[in-house]
Design a protein around this ligand. Structure first.
Ligand code: UDP
Ligand code: MG
Length: 325
């Protein structure tokens, strides 16, 4: 295969067979208007429904499709990485969700906004239709915390993975092979000039989100622990603060005893202090554990994913060569 394309569109798919045909239709309409050669890389992330069959179907009809079939479900961040690894666009890549929450029409604006001195164009949501108040609130809080913690890297709020990246930025991004991948953070970590594009995020077209509050919490933990050791330092300062007050309290107890003699009662306050400190100690240990666990996972140095099959796009123009495999 020596065919080249300008742009790659990377789409991680997990149980998306309901929306894929519609997604592909809308994508084609948009990309045909862009006027550059392109491929779309569908990454099947171990779906348990008809997603793979749907991709194969589309592949038979459209030679511009490349597909990466992962050996099992690895999660969105890794599926996305696999897609980026296999993307062949020489000019750049666009990352987009399959569920049509990111409207493909925005890609056209992204490409228009991209220039020689803009390496990344990220889409920022103006509105979040069909998302609960709690989800909006938690996500708002998360971005604010990340901005405070992220030493020197600022993750723009209300942005997902939906963005355009130039080839040179992508090549740098792909050098980071850590297992705990908080992609939104990694995108910013590489740097380069970037530009923001406002868009309206639509509700999911079909199927259901695979992210519940528990997985969002874990994603938030991932984000914080992979970009900051501040929580560890926090434990140190908490220790300082508690010892400081304990010292004052100790002096007070001595003076009180000297003045009015020893009082045996004191069980409630003793109990409170012991439980309070026990709680803090366990929490801090847990916190250290979060980091140690991540060190453990990283040191194993396993490959990020395994690919069961990769079908590169066959051509841009001659759809007669439309064979798969
Ligand atoms: N996804 C994936 N692997 C997973 C979970 C999700 O590849 O284990 C894909 C999914 O198919 C979609 C994108 O990641 O294209 C975003 O997922 P989802 O819509 O469930 O997340 P949300 O939009 O709710 O953040
Ligand atoms: Mg979605």
């Amino acid at each position: 295969m020596s065919a080249e394309v300008d742009l790659s569109i990377v789409v991680p798919c997990y149980n998306e067979h309901l929306v894929l045909p519609e997604f592909h239709k809308r994508l084609c309409a948009v990309m045909d208007a862009v006027g550059q050669t392109w491929e779309v890389v569908y990454v099947n992330d171990g779906s348990t429904d008809q997603t793979l069959a749907t991709i194969r179907d589309l592949e038979r009809q459209d030679p511009r499709i490349s597909s990466v079939n992962l050996s099992r479900n690895f999660g969105k961040e890794i599926a996305l990485t696999a897609g980026l690894d296999y993307a062949r666009g020489t000019d750049g890549v666009v990352v987009i969700d399959a569920d049509l929450q990111d409207p493909p029409e925005v890609i056209q604006e992204m490409i228009a906004a991209r220039s020689d001195d803009v390496d990344m164009v990220y889409a920022r949501r103006r509105l979040r239709k069909g998302e609960s108040l709690l989800k909006r609130l938690t996500s708002w809080g998360f971005y604010r915390i990340m901005t405070k913690l992220g030493n020197r890297i600022v993750i723009p709020p209300d942005t997902g993975d939906f963005r355009f990246m130039s080839r040179r930025l992508l090549n740098d991004l792909l050098q980071m092979r850590e297992r705990h991948r908080f992609m939104k953070g990694l995108f910013c970590w590489v740097g380069y000039p970037s530009k923001e594009l406002l868009y309206d995020r639509a509700p999911r077209l079909g199927g259901k989100t695979s992210f519940n509050y528990w997985s969002l919490w874990n994603l938030a933990l991932e984000g914080i622990t992979s970009f900051s050791v501040l929580p560890l330092q926090l434990a140190t300062y908490l220790g300082f603060a508690v010892s400081f007050f304990a010292a004052f309290y100790g002096v007070w107890v001595i003076i009180f005893t000297v003045i009015s003699g020893s009082h045996v009662p004191g069980y409630p306050s003793l109990m409170t202090v012991i439980l309070f400190l026990g709680g803090i100690q366990l929490m801090t240990l847990g916190l250290i554990g979060e980091y140690v666990g991540r060190i453990f996972n990283e040191t194993k140095n396993r490959p990020l994913y395994f690919v069961e099959s990769y079908h590169p796009f066959t051509s841009q123009l001659d759809s007669e060569e439309n064979s798969v495999g």
